[in-house]
Design a protein around this ligand. Structure first.
Ligand code: ADE
Length: 223
């Protein structure tokens, strides 16, 4: 999977991707992350990428030309999808994450300031995705949320001990509780069944926990 991120702040993307499991995924060659900066496609000496909105109001709006040129400079491969991060997009979910993991290239367009000139939407026709009903200062964190989450659904990204199969949402429920050593901490004991070695009983216990947790915390997930 190749992620191409169109951003005015490439270091935000590069810094995150140079740590931990995402870094390892890049080193293993399972994913690739590149950035393209619209500022590099400006033609004036101030490298202007935004301007005041027609009709008046607060803030600055991202201009068409640097954004179109930046997106169009990226080499598209077969099986590629163009995505714009915006609070007005369809809500991101585990289902969409899995669906997007089947592409070979995702081009992620990050906004900043008050938003995009509407003609960027109309001309480039990206799929618009939101990571939640709140507004961030830019699309970089949302792009990273997508990269991180989608990568977990690509085979070979996680180590064999880190399967995504047990994760919350993978079967429509929240994950069961986890415990590690010691058996007792400040009077709190690990449930006896987990120490029993009886795998059928352990799975029954965990399945029940997933259901009970989901009912208590996220009843909306249970149809
Ligand atoms: N840009 C700003 N806020 C956002 C959000 N909630 N989701 C996606 N992109 C955004």
């Amino acid at each position: 999977m190749k992620f191409d991120v169109v951003t005015l702040f490439p270091d935000m993307i590069k810094n995150y991707c140079s740590e931990s499991i995402v870094k390892r995924g890049i080193e293993k060659g399972v994913i690739e992350v590149s950035t393209t900066n619209p500022r590099d496609f400006t033609h004036d000496k101030h490298k202007k990428v935004d301007d005041t909105p027609y009709g008046g109001s607060q803030g600055m709006v991202l201009m068409c030309q640097p954004m179109f040129d930046a997106v169009e400079s990226i080499e598209r491969i077969d099986n590629s999808e163009l995505i714009m991060l915006t609070p007005q997009g369809e809500p991101f979910s585990h289902k969409i994450s899995k669906e997007l993991a089947s592409f070979d290239q995702l081009i992620l367009i990050c906004g900043h300031y008050e938003g995009f000139d509407e003609r960027i939407r109309l001309g480039l026709k990206p799929r618009e995705i939101s990571i939640g009903d709140y507004v961030l200062t830019g699309g970089e964190l949302p792009a990273l949320v997508l990269i991180d989450s989608i990568s977990r659904n690509i085979s070979g990204f996680l180590g064999k001990d880190e399967s995504a199969l047990d994760d919350s949402f993978s079967e429509g429920l929240l994950e069961h509780a986890q415990y590690t050593k010691p058996r007792e901490f400040r009077g709190m004991k690990v449930p006896e069944v987990l120490l029993s070695g009886n795998h059928a009983e352990i799975e029954k216990f965990r399945a029940n926990e997933r259901l009970e947790r989901t009912k208590a915390r996220r009843p909306d997930l249970i149809i």
